[in-house]
Design a protein around this ligand. Sequence first.
Ligand code: CMP
Length: 147
Amino acid sequence: EEEETLAMVKPDGVLGNYTERIKNAVVESGFSIIRETVIQLDEHRASTFYVEHSSKSFFSSLVKYMTSGPVLVMILKKENAVADWRAIIGPTDARKAKITHPHSIRAMCGLNAEKNCVHGSDSLESARREISFFFGEISTDAKNLCK
Ligand code: CMP
């Protein structure tokens, strides 16, 4: 069944001119780009997006990184989109990706565990939340909470 996932080119990817190469990989891997937008996250928006990491030691550094320049956000669609996009981007730590997944996107343009140049939703549930975060009005989950 067709799925949608949220992909993002992070500030280091955009500023390092990796956008075209990443979009080529997206299309060559059979994804359709349903929506895309380039935005500058502010501190509040970046903190909200990564709220599940708010207690981690790297949180403030992560927010600083994610607000350091514009990001490209895309909704990608295909069968098994969530898992397939995660496989194509490779492991979180780009330094490890260069060794274990040399053909992955993070191996191509990432630097380390933080500056890993791309994002992919980690589950269908996260994908729904993240897609409405960037493209929706109010998410279904939020609507249910408001009932
Ligand atoms: P991502 O998996 O897209 O979402 C969470 C982000 O937190 C991750 O990418 C990295 O950018 C960052 N991150 C994850 N682990 C670490 C870490 N150990 N040190 C610093 N940043 C991290």
